[in-house]
Design a protein around this ligand. Structure first.
Ligand SMILES: Nc1ncnc2c1ncn2[C@@H]1O[C@H](COP(=O)(O)OP(=O)(O)OP(=O)(O)O)[C@@H](O)[C@H]1O
Ligand code: SF4
Ligand SMILES: [Mg+2]
Length: 366
């Protein structure tokens, strides 16, 4: 792992079990990702592609069964690298057929106990999170000031209440909340949605984390507030420079904030690389799924005429019945005779085609 890497995920698999159908839902199915120090990695993909489950897996917060079953999650903070799934393979056994996990047994209690041991001190301290609905993540019975102050005293070297309150005020000022002194005394329900998200961002940054995970931080806010929060995140990126994993289905937000992007489909990363190349419609390499995502961004004319997002043709992958070949095959419009057999029967690897640029598609692989 390079010195510059904060998070490196390899072959992460997180499944759920449908009792009614007696089948696995392969929500995260072999994810590989890397986030470098100081950069923002954007994760994009349609709804259900496994973005949030990937983030929850990193923070040990998947509790439904079977949950995370295999992979490595190497996390570096203060010069120390730890695999957040270290030694957990002892709690799970599985059988594969043609490289696919078909049966598995997991001692969930043993697994969770060890995950908690591995991630407990990291979560909230070295890895902070911002979610879509800030009110749900905050304690409704505690003032904003007390929540941020407690988090500072728990997660940083500051152990004195007055100093922690000063620091809380400082972070509320950094997120440009109006009347920070007043907000310290407010309860979450006393704040608007936008203010609440600013307070949540202040709380997440106040522990000075090595990694910030922001999962759809502006979804659910109205559009003017959304753009103000994005402006704030852009400013904070320049000023604070915290390493960030930013999950969003909004390509405009990704284009403003991300340095690198990973595109997810059906529980797997289809391509990743520098934002300007991944989002360029005319790049020499372009995964057909990314191309379809970019095509789905509505232009102004389309919004005027139809008033809604264009959708990618075909259905989102059923992660219960993952096909043998490429996951995107049934929706892909770039298959041609020379590669059709491979597209249909063999899943391509995610392979580096130029420095920092990875792609999973037979169009570009041999
Ligand atoms: N606890 C759970 N039990 C069963 N299935 C789950 C559970 N959590 C997530 N899933 C399934 O896993 C898949 C991936 O979900 P995930 O929330 O990661 O998608 P996402 O990419 O974040 O989508 P969105 O853009 O809508 O937030 C979905 O099909 C979802 O229904
Ligand atoms: S591997 Fe084949 S089916 Fe899959 S995205 Fe590439 S061209 Fe399309
Ligand atoms: Mg999600």
């Amino acid at each position: 792992m390079s010195e510059n890497t904060v998070l490196k995920i390899q072959d992460l698999r997180t499944y759920f079990f449908s009792r009614s159908k007696q089948v696995f839902i392969r929500s995260v199915d072999g994810v590989d990702l890397q986030v470098n120090r100081g950069e923002t990695l954007g994760i994009v993909g349609e709804s259900g592609s496994g973005k949030s489950v990937t983030a929850l897996s990193v923070t040990g917060l998947v509790t439904a069964e079977p949950g995370v079953i295999t992979g490595t999650i190497e996390f570096t903070s203060n010069g120390v690298t730890k695999n957040l799934l270290q030694g957990l393979e002892d709690f799970v056994t599985f059988e594969t057929v043609d490289g696919r996990i078909m049966t598995l047994e997991k001692d969930n209690r043993g697994w969770q106990k060890n995950v908690d041991r591995l991630v407990h001190r990291i979560r909230g301290q070295e890895i902070s999170m911002i979610f879509q609905n800030p009110r749900v993540s905050m304690n409704p019975f505690m003032t904003i000031g007390k929540q941020i102050t407690e988090s500072i005293m728990l997660n940083t070297a500051i152990k004195n209440a007055a100093e922690a309150t000063d620091k809380a005020r400082y972070w509320l000022e950094q997120v440009k909340i109006d009347s920070p002194n007043l907000r310290l005394e407010n309860f979450p329900y006393g704040l608007s949605g936008g203010m609440c998200q600013r307070a949540m961002i202040a709380m997440a940054l106040s522990s000075e984390p090595s990694l910030l995970i922001a999962d759809e931080p502006t979804t659910g806010l109205d559009s003017t507030i959304q753009s103000k929060i994005v402006d704030l995140l852009v400013e904070l990126k320049e000023q604070v420079g915290v390493t960030t994993m930013l999950i969003s289905h909004d390509i405009n937000i990704i284009s403003r904030l991300a340095d690198n992007v990973a595109v997810m489909y059906g529980g797997s990363v289809m391509e990743s690389g520098p934002v300007e190349r991944i989002l360029a419609k005319d790049d020499e390499y372009k995964h057909p799924y990314t191309a379809a995502l970019l095509e789905s961004i509505p232009d102004e004319e389309h919004i005027k005429l139809k008033g809604h997002l264009k959708a990618i043709e075909g259905d989102v992958l059923d992660t219960v019945n993952i096909p043998d070949g490429c996951r995107f095959y049934s929706r892909c419009n770039r298959v041609h005779a020379k590669i059709e057999d491979k597209c249909r029967h063999t899943e391509p690897d995610l392979r580096e085609i130029s420095e920092g640029r990875l792609i999973r598609c037979w169009l570009y692989l041999n």
